[in-house]
Design a protein around this ligand. Structure first.
Ligand SMILES: Nc1ncnc2c1ncn2[C@@H]1O[C@H](COP(=O)(O)OP(=O)(O)OP(=O)(O)O)[C@@H](O)[C@H]1O
Length: 246
C-alpha cells in the first residue's frame, strides 16, 4: 500500500528553490533513508511530507487518514523542569497508562514512567522522543537525524530498534541520517538527495552509484559489507575496499 506520493515536487525556502523535481513513493512497512550533504534539502523534504511546507508546483498525495509520527532531531527541554516520563508523554493529550507502557516498551524504556525527564541520558531522551511518536500508532514514522549526539554503538542500537518497531508494528519509516555506514545496512531503500534525487535504490546499489560516491567518497561500501558480514554471520565475497575510506 502506498502511503505518500510526491510527484515532481518543487519547494522554495524563501526565494531559493530547495527541492527540484522530487518524485518518490513511500510504502507500508519499508524503511527509507534520505542521505545528502548539508543544505541539500533533507529537512525541507521531511517537512513537505509532513505537510508543514507546501510545494510551489508538483503534488503531494497522502493516503486518507494517514497517521504520521515525527521524531525531531532534538528537543529543547528545560532540564530543571520537574516532569516525569509519563507526564511528558501525556502532553498535550492525555494517554492511557497502557498506551504509554506500550510505547515505552517499544522504545526500550520499559518501567521508566516515573523517571524525571531531566535525568535521562542522551540516548534515553532520544528514545523518549521515539516513544512519543509511537503514541498515536503511526502508519509512517519520520525521524530527522535521530541519532545526533549518540556514539556509533548507540546509533547502531537505535537503528536496530527502529527495525524491530517496523517489524512488529508494520509502519513505514522515513529517516534522515548522516550515519552512512550503519544506516545503509538498516534501510530497505536509500534516497540520495542534493536538491534533486541524485540516485536511489537498495543500499548496495546506491553505495556503488557514481553520483553517491561523488558526494560521499567510496569508503561506505566497504563499511557496509563489513557491517552486513558481522550482522548476518554469512560469508559473501563482497567487493571490499576498506583501504579507501575518506
Ligand atoms: N526557513 C528558511 N528560510 C530560508 N532558507 C531556508 C529555510 N530553511 C532552510 N533554508 C535553506 O534551504 C536549504 C536546505 O535546507 P535543509 O534544512 O532542508 O537542508 P538539510 O539537507 O536538512 O541540511 P542539514 O544537513 O544541514 O540539516 C539550505 O540552503 C537552507 O539554508
Amino acid at each position: 500500500m502506498t502511503l505518500v506520493t510526491l510527484d515532481q515536487v518543487h519547494v522554495l525556502q524563501g526565494a531559493r528553490q530547495v527541492l527540484d523535481h522530487v518524485s518518490l513513493e513511500l510504502r507500508r512497512g519499508e524503511i527509507v533513508t534520505v542521505v545528502g550533504p548539508n543544505g541539500s534539502g533533507k529537512t525541507t523534504l521531511m517537512r513537505t511530507i509532513l505537510g508543514a511546507l507546501a510545494p510551489v508546483s508538483g503534488r503531494v498525495t497522502r493516503h486518507p487518514d494517514l497517521r504520521i509520527g515525527y521524531v525531531p532531531q532534538r528537543l529543547s527541554i528545560d532540564a530543571t523542569l520537574p516532569m516525569n516520563v509519563a507526564r511528558f508523554l501525556s502532553l498535550p493529550r492525555r494517554q492511557s497508562p497502557q498506551t504509554v507502557a506500550a510505547a515505552l516498551a517499544d522504545a526500550d524504556l520499559s518501567g521508566m514512567q516515573d523517571r524525571p525527564v531531566a535525568t535521562l541520558s542522551g540516548g534515553q531522551l532520544q528514545r523518549l522522543l521515539l516513544a512519543r511518536a509511537l503514541l498515536d500508532a503511526p502508519d509512517l514514522l519520520i525521524l530527522d537525524e535521530p541519532t545526533t549526539g549518540l556514539d556509533q554503538p548507540g546509533a547502531a542500537a537505535f537503528y536496530r530498534r527502529i527495525e524491530a518497531i517496523r517489524d512488529t508494528r508494520g509502519c513505514a519509516v522515513l529517516m534522515v541520517s548522516h550515519d552512512l555506514h550503519v544506516v545503509m545496512a538498516a534501510s530497505d531503500r536509500v534516497i540520495c538527495l542534493n536538491g534533486h534525487i541524485c540516485c536511489h535504490g537498495a543500499p548496495e546499489t546506491v553505495a556503488s552509484a557514481p553520483e553517491y560516491r561523488a558526494l560521499f567518497g567510496s569508503g561506505t561500501q566497504g563499511a557496509l559489507a563489513l557491517y552486513k558480514h558481522e550482522h548476518s554471520h554469512t560469508h559473501h565475497d563482497h567487493d571490499h575496499d576498506h583501504g579507501s575510506h575518506r
